[in-house]
Design a protein. Structure first.
Length: 263
């Protein structure tokens, strides 16, 4: 995929919703300019507005949903930067840069098989709704460690979702790669015309890509990487793709599976 031309801008966005969803935190803020042009698979760089310098850098967050002039993100509080984001209250403001990055290519016509793991499922919700709205056959396979994470699957609207957890506390006790094999097998010969959209832990994504290859299906993968700028300036988020190093921010985060060199 090509490098995205710069089209993002920095906005001061008021928070209108901030609530816990299982192990994650859903935050909605007013960002009409971003909502108007955001595409599934893109992300924003976000930090609380104000003079505080700790944490200094914004955090990259996949766009989870867009509703009118609202943009929603789903945050997993795992470090100081993300914990600070989840402390936001209605009326607080975020400094938001976006939309950023390459989104998913939605031009295909075959069955869309969406595969998400953990908080990696967050940007896939917007994708699923968009594809379903275009009349495409959408099948979602979501995997989590345990129920407290899996309850976030309720955020997927108007699409069929198969859920599994590693400990069996919600949905089937299985790995999401097992659900994927069953899904592609059920498609029969049509599996070769299907297209996978994958986001989650590296090992899960690699397993999904290998499974897609076995069935002759194409796949697009959204990679997660540590980012400082989000626009390709710092070169801190490089991945190996197409025989070279590419920035996950402005040359990704979505790549064709065949381009990525898995470590």
């Amino acid at each position: 995929m090509e490098t995205v031309p710069a089209q993002a801008d920095l906005y001061q966005c008021p928070v209108v919703e901030s609530r816990t969803v299982g192990a994650y935190h859903l935050i909605a803020f007013v960002a009409g300019e971003i909502a108007a042009v955001a595409r599934p698979g893109q992300f924003v760089m976000i930090r609380q507005s104000g003079p505080a310098l700790d944490p200094l850098l914004p955090r990259p967050m996949g766009i989870h949903a867009v509703e009118a002039d609202l943009v929603k993100v789903l945050v997993e509080p795992v470090g100081k930067g993300t914990v600070v984001l989840t402390d936001a209250r209605v009326g607080d403001r975020y400094s938001v840069l976006g939309p950023l990055g390459n989104g998913f290519d939605l031009s295909g016509e075959g069955t869309a098989v969406i595969v998400g793991g953990g908080v990696g499922m967050a940007p896939l919700a917007l994708l699923a709704g968009t594809l379903a709205g275009r009349g495409r056959d959408v099948r979602c396979q979501l995997g989590f460690k345990t129920r407290v994470q899996a309850v976030a699957a309720e955020l997927f609207r108007d699409v069929d979702v198969d859920i599994c957890t590693e400990d069996g506390t919600m949905g089937r006790k299985a790995m999401v790669s097992e659900l994927l094999v069953e899904c592609l097998t059920d498609l029969g010969p049509a599996a070769a015309e299907a297209e996978l959209f994958v986001c989650g832990p590296g090992a899960m994504m690699r397993a999904a890509v290998e499974t897609a290859r076995e069935y002759g299906a194409d796949a697009q993968v959204s990679v997660a990487a540590h980012m400082a700028c989000g626009v390709g300036a710092c070169q801190g988020c490089v991945v190996r793709a197409g025989g070279e190093y590419r920035c996950a921010c402005n040359q990704g985060p979505v790549f064709r599976a065949g381009e990525l060199e898995w470590r």
